[in-house]
Ligand binder design. Structure first.
Ligand code: ZN
Ligand code: ZN
Length: 456
């Protein structure tokens, strides 16, 4: 019997975590933390696992909504064995330490919610099994009730360095968990490797852009052209541009785009500011460049000249030495660099803020990039209001598949069952409707928190 139970991230982009029970072997697919919730509310429903077999965790990639609660899981269930790609293991060492600092700063007084220590992270990372793409491993849990092993293979998902879809094979049954998947090319990553993923019985499919019109998203190339035009206008007037980005993935992709556009003369040459953990992550991108599929393995991010944001003590630097600032967090969460720069930035007539990726509607970043010059915005219930004097513009440099591409995943894999996860309701509605319209024999499920689905 194969059962599937969502513990988080079923109908939102939050703490992705899905429990699979295959003949009493317990497997978690991802172990994320909700990016904007606090304390226990940010974690998957681990308490549900108390009386269930739990043997293995597979992590699809190192974004916080997929890996961030792993240290909390291991505190509670220290025996669980963790698998991910070699690259995700390397990145997680950086991001989990960084997350520990952020969580400690957000620690809520007087609760039992305990943040993990750096020593715990060191031990945890050491215990992760890093496996290569395409390398099939066979496992059985402690209470596994059949003699047949369960096969696991990680496939390049084209989303960020190390990202993987997870193929699970058991007694002729094939389950494919997409993780976050991108079929299109970015500036470094090339689209997901879907070859040979056929005859899937159950497809567990992310739905991030299911609700977004693809005309609006454009392509990476068309967005670059729009970006260069808008950026040049600001740079010619000696203004600076703030781009809130995820330190992992979006920073490296945009840095590459900006560099290539400057070299080809489409974009005015200017300073590029980066900082903190994104520089360490870029190093991991660099030394893996011949080991994974990517568009130009010869391009090294360290060759791109960058000023360190940490060296900027006075924000007037951005007036004296204008440039493009790539600062995390991507959703301008309180306490992060991009949030700290906001107050100064919003007051500058000649400056601009460019939104480049997904933002949760409840975050400061969403409010900023959906405002315009002249508006007054309030970033949170308790913050004071800000007048928007700078220019605001939105771009779509997507690291997720467009909705038609998600339908292509269904078409290619020809599943009997599709379980929709990792998307808001309207995103899953559009996808579900179109899956049934185009593939009427498919059994469709919209994953819901703590609602078990019997797969087989
Ligand atoms: Zn992701
Ligand atoms: Zn995600």
């Amino acid at each position: 019997m194969i059962k599937f139970l969502p513990l988080g991230g079923a109908d939102e982009i939050g703490a992705s975590c899905f429990y699979l029970n295959i003949d009493d072997t317990g497997i978690l697919l991802d172990c994320g933390i909700h990016p904007r919730n606090f304390g226990f509310d940010a974690l998957p429903k681990f308490e549900q696992l108390e009386n269930l077999p739990l043997d293995f965790v597979f992590i699809s990639h190192a974004h916080q909504d997929h890996i961030g609660s792993l240290p909390f899981l291991i505190q509670r269930f220290p025996h669980v064995i963790i698998y991910t790609t070699v690259q995700t293991k390397e990145i997680s060492e950086l991001t989990l330490h960084n997350a520990a600092n952020i969580l400690a700063a957000r620690q809520i007084e007087g609760t039992d919610f305990k943040v993990y220590t750096h020593e715990e992270i060191d031990l945890l990372v050491r215990s992760i099994h890093g496996i290569n793409y395409e390398e099939k491993i066979e496992l059985r849990g402690l209470r596994h009730s059949s003699s047949a092993p369960i096969g696991f293979t990680l496939r390049d998902a084209g989303h960020i360095l190390g990202s993987a879809g997870i193929l699970i094979e058991y007694c002729g049954e094939k389950i494919f968990y997409t993780g976050d998947v991108n079929l299109g090319d970015q500036s470094i990553m090339i689209g997901a490797d879907m070859k040979g993923i056929r005859g899937i019985n159950t497809l567990i499919l992310e739905s991030t852009y299911g609700g977004t019109d693809s005309e609006k998203l454009g392509t990476w190339k068309s967005e670059e052209a729009r970006f260069a035009k808008a950026a040049n206008r600001i740079l010619h007037k000696d203004g600076s541009i703030l781009i809130p980005v995820f330190a992992l993935g979006k920073t490296q992709e945009l840095l590459t785009s900006i560099y290539v556009m400057m070299k080809s003369g489409i974009l005015t040459e200017t300073n590029i500011y980066t900082g903190g953990i994104s520089r360490d992550i870029s190093r991991v991108y660099d030394y893996n460049r011949y080991l994974v599929r990517r568009s130009d393995p010869n391009l090294e991010l360290k060759e791109i000249s960058q000023l360190d944001l940490l060296d900027v003590e006075d924000y007037n630097t951005f007036k004296k030495n204008p440039g493009i600032v790539l600062a995390s967090s991507g959703m301008m969460l309180q306490g992060t660099t991009s949030y700290r720069l906001l107050d100064f930035w919003l007051r500058q007539d000649s400056f601009a803020i460019f939104g480049v990726g997904y933002m949760d509607p409840e975050t400061p970043g969403f409010k900023v990039v959906n405002s315009k010059r002249g508006d007054t915005i309030q970033l949170s219930e308790f913050s004071s209001s800000f007048k928007v004097n700078c220019m605001i513009q939105k771009f779509y440099f997507s690291s997720h598949s467009k909705r038609e591409e998600l339908l292509r995943v269904v078409d290619k894999t020809k599943p009997e069952k599709v379980v929709l996860i990792h998307g808001e309701h309207h995103a899953k509605d559009w996808l579900g409707f179109n899956i049934l319209k185009n593939f009427p024999l498919t059994r469709l499920y919209s994953a819901e928190l703590l609602k078990e689905i019997v797969i087989n």
